[in-house]
Design a protein around this ligand. Structure first.
Ligand code: UD1
Ligand code: UDP
Length: 368
C-alpha cells in the first residue's frame, strides 16, 4: 500500500517526520511512502533546514506553490495536487496540522475518493476568524483517520458528530520529535549562547506571526513597546523573526525602533534543533505559535501566549501555558514573575510520551 505524506509549511515538518520514520522502521513490508512538499514555505530557514535537522528524506515531489492570498495559495495546491494524486494513486493521504496546504490536500483527496488521515486532529479555537480553524474543520470532516493529540480534541470531534470509529487518541507526534531531538538540541546551546550573548535561564524567547497580531499596526507597535519595557528585568530577549512579521515591521516603519532596542536579539528564523535549544534554555517564552505552546509544556518552560484563545487548552489546564491575550500590563507582570522563578505547577499531558507515531502506524496496519 502506498502512503502519500504532505508537508508544506514550517509546523508540518516536525509533526510528519516521526510518522515517516515509524512507517519505515516497523511497516516497510506493508507500506511504501511518497513525500510531497507543496512549497508553501520556501526560504531555506523555513523549509530546507528541517529536512536535515529532523533527518527527513528529501521530498519525492515538490509543487513549488509559494506565497499568495488564501484563495490563490489553496487553489494552486489543489490544482497541482489533483494531477499528482491521479498519477501517484496512493491508498492513503496523510496531512498534518492546519495550514493552507492541509486544507487544499484534504479537499482534493476527498473528491478523488482517496482515504485521508489527519495528524493533529480535533483542535478547535472556536474562532473562525483564524484561517487555521477553517482548515482544521475541513480536514477533520473528510478524514477516515482523525489522529487526536489531546482530550479536548476527542470532545470537539464528538460534538461535531464525527463517528467514533474515525477518531483515535494517539498523543502528539510533534512531541515525538521533542523527545527524540532534545539531547541533540542541547548540544547546540553553547554555540547559540556565544552568538547571541545569552546565558541559560537568563533570557526571554519570542515568536510572533499570527495575522491578528502582526498585520495590525497598533498591535505590532504594542509588542515593540513591550520588548522595551521588559528590559527592566530580562537581561536579553531573543526574537527569531518570522518572514511575515519582518515584512510587517518594515511596512509599518517600526524597524528602526526595534533595532534601537539593544536588549533585543532580532535574528532570522532558526532551524528546529536551535529553536528547541533556545526554548529549553529560556526563562520564559512569549508566543502566538500553536506548536510552541505544546513544546514549552513538554519542556516545563513557562509560556505566555499572546492570543485571546487557544486550540490547545491542555497546555493551559495542565501545562506551563498562560493565555493572556494582548493585555500588556499582565504580560509584563507574568514575564517578570517567570524571571523571579515563580510559575504554576505543570504536568505533561496524557500520551505525550514520544510514541504517538508508533500508535498511528499500528492503527493503520490494523485498519488497512
Ligand atoms: C502559515 C500558516 C500558519 C502557520 C504558519 C507557520 C496558513 C493559512 N498559515 O502562516 O497557520 O502558523 O505558516 O509558520 O497556512 N514568507 C516568506 N518566506 C517563506 C514563507 C513565507 O518570505 O518561506 C512570507 C511571504 O511574504 C508570505 C508571508 O510570509 O506572504 C506569509 O506566508 P504564508 O505561508 O501565507 O503564511 P504564514 O504567515 O507563514
Ligand atoms: N520553530 C523553529 N524555528 C523558529 C521558530 C519556530 O524551528 O525560528 C519551530 C518550533 O519549535 C515548532 C514549530 O516551528 O516546532 C512551530 O511552527 P510555527 O510557530 O511556525 O507555526 P504554528 O505552530 O503556529 O502553526
Amino acid at each position: 500500500m502506498k502512503i502519500l505524506f504532505v508537508v508544506g509549511a514550517r509546523p508540518n515538518f516536525m509533526k510528519v517526520a516521526p510518522v515517516i520514520e515509524a512507517v519505515r522502521n516497523s511497516a516497510s513490508d506493508r507500506f511504501t511512502s511518497v513525500l510531497v512538499h507543496t512549497g508553501q514555505h520556501y526560504d531555506a530557514n523555513m523549509s530546507d533546514i528541517f529536512f536535515s535537522d529532523l533527518e527527513m528524506p528529501q521530498p519525492d515531489r515538490f509543487l513549488g506553490i509559494g506565497s499568495g492570498s488564501h484563495a490563490s495559495q489553496t487553489a494552486k495546491v489543489m490544482i497541482e495536487m489533483e494531477a499528482l494524486l491521479e498519477e501517484e494513486q496512493p491508498d492513503l493521504v496523510l496531512v498534518a496540522g492546519d495550514v493552507n496546504s492541509t486544507l487544499a490536500t484534504a479537499l482534493v483527496a476527498a473528491k478523488a475518493g482517496i482515504t485521508l488521515g489527519h495528524i493533529e486532529s480535533g483542535l478547535r479555537s472556536f474562532d473562525r476568524t483564524m484561517p487555521e480553524e477553517i482548515n482544521r474543520i475541513v480536514a477533520d470532516e473528510f478524514s477516515r483517520f482523525c489522529f487526536v493529540t489531546e482530550s479536548s480534541g476527542m470532545n470537539n470531534l464528538e460534538f461535531e458528530g464525527i463517528e467514533n470509529d474515525r477518531v483515535f487518541f494517539v498523543g502528539n507526534t510533534m512531541i515525538d520529535s521533542v523527545v527524540k531531538y532534545l539531547p541533540k538540541a542541547r548540544e547546540r546551546f553553547a554555540g547559540l549562547a556565544e552568538r547571541l550573548a545569552i546565558e541559560q535561564k537568563q533570557f526571554a524567547l519570542v515568536t510572533l506571526h499570527r495575522p491578528s497580531n502582526v498585520d495590525d499596526r497598533d498591535s505590532l507597535e504594542r509588542f515593540v513597546e513591550l520588548f522595551e519595557a521588559m528590559a527592566s528585568f530580562a537581561p536579553r530577549i531573543v526574537f527569531p523573526i518570522h518572514p511575515r512579521t519582518l515584512k510587517q515591521l518594515e511596512v509599518f516603519g517600526l524597524m528602526e525602533r526595534v533595532k534601537r532596542n539593544s536588549n533585543l536579539a532580532l535574528i532570522d528564523p532558526v532551524g528546529y534543533l536551535e529553536f528547541l535549544a533556545l526554548q529549553d534554555a529560556a526563562t520564559v517564552v512569549l508566543t502566538d505559535s500553536g506548536g510552541v505552546q505544546e513544546e514549552t509544556t513538554m519542556l516545563g518552560v513557562p509560556c505566555i501566549t499572546v492570543r485571546e484563545n487557544t486550540e490547545r487548552p491542555v497546555t493551559v489546564m495542565q501545562g506551563t501555558n498562560e493565555l493572556l491575550g494582548l493585555d500588556m500590563p499582565k504580560v509584563l507582570e507574568f514575564a517578570k514573575r517567570a524571571f523571579s522563578g515563580q510559575w504554576k505547577e505543570s504536568a505533561i499531558p496524557e500520551l505525550w510520551d514520544g510514541h504517538a507515531a508508533d500508535r498511528i502506524v499500528l492503527i493503520l496496519k490494523e485498519a488497512l
